[in-house]
Design a protein around this ligand. Sequence first.
Ligand code: UTP
Length: 419
Amino acid sequence: MDNSLNEIKVILKKYNQEHLLNSYDKLDEKNKNILLNQILNIDFELINSLYINTKKKETECNDKIEPMDYLDKNKLYDDYKYYEKIGKEAIQNGKLAAVTMAGGQGTRLGHDGPKGTYDIGLDSHKSLFELLCDSLKEAGKKYGVTIPWFIMTSRENNAETIEFFEKNRYFGYQKDKNLFFFIQGELPMVDMEGKILLDENGLIKEAADGHGGIYEALVKSNMTDKMKELGVEWVFIGGVDNCLVKMVDPVLMGVAIDKSVTVACKSLVKANPYEKVGVFCKRNGKPSVVEYTEIKKEMAEAIDENGELLYGESHILCNLFNIKAIERMGNTPLPYHSAFKKAKYIDKNGELVVPTSPNAYKFEAFIFDAFGEIDDMAVLRVNREEEFAPVKNTDDEGVDCPSTARTLYENFHHLKNNL
Ligand code: UTP
């Protein structure tokens, strides 16, 4: 240990992070080992360059942005049945798995616990996890299979998530048979001077590495091997906070298979040209998502010959990947973006600092940053009222909040039951 401690001191000196050992002597043996291991696993060059990036001014983007082609699910006419048949057959043959990304912190919602445990206030008081599970079970029944379900948690919420499922008897699923949990990666948080933070236990303060961490997490935790053992070829990846997410969609599957693409994404037409959502586009000839902050007024308002917005297909975190694409992306680094957040930490005097405003940077990868690498993609426009009821904010915000999601969910199910 002495050797590695000396080695670590040299590394910390080199990167100006010597404060990380300030409380080392006060830690018990177990935490001493954890801290040293954490330090040995930090890519200091990466963290340093990410911190430097936070200081850089946004430069004018010179990427060539062009509209992305899409199919409209409502305008497939005879092809609808054709795609549906192909997809249905693949689903019935057990080729599909569902992944729910539930590792986020849900800071905007502010719920005390993993977001998936949140009750949006339906009469049934079902949690988001149960609503998602209901839709999987319903589809499983329809197609005569059990859709294997993979749930990505973070180190922060993993134990609580599993405990919640256990308490609810896994909603009828079977852990380690058709229900699997895996933990996403993390990166250290840094303060405004680029110093890595220590948490309340004197350990490195780390935060989940964003939904773009999904690829690496699926591969590193051997979930892709598990999927292959189960005969899975296609993987639907969605968020935990859209209570209308349609994870089993034969038409989307059929499009992906028929067009031999490695990813097929669902889109929604923007509610208005200025809606603050990322939209599908081609960036330097490759599939991408352009953030609303990058879209100038003329671009936002541009329309095609049918009067439709040229950049109107919003990305809603509903993407179907071929398992080979996930394996490839699991070994391909994605860029990280920084977010300025509030983070409790232990300062150099050993005092706990509880900030009232953002004080630290967290680094995250975005799932759509892989699209350019994946390259071949189909986009399928679906209906908002059938597939999108996000729970992001508190009811005070009035949008994408529990009350709006509840109404959308109830309306959809009311309609469906009356068909
Ligand atoms: P959001 O970007 O909306 O983040 O995540 P969030 O954590 O839910 O909420 P805020 O921004 O802190 O308020 C979209 C989806 O991606 C998952 C979330 O759980 C959600 O399902 N996600 C996000 C992860 O699984 N891991 C992450 O590191 C980030």
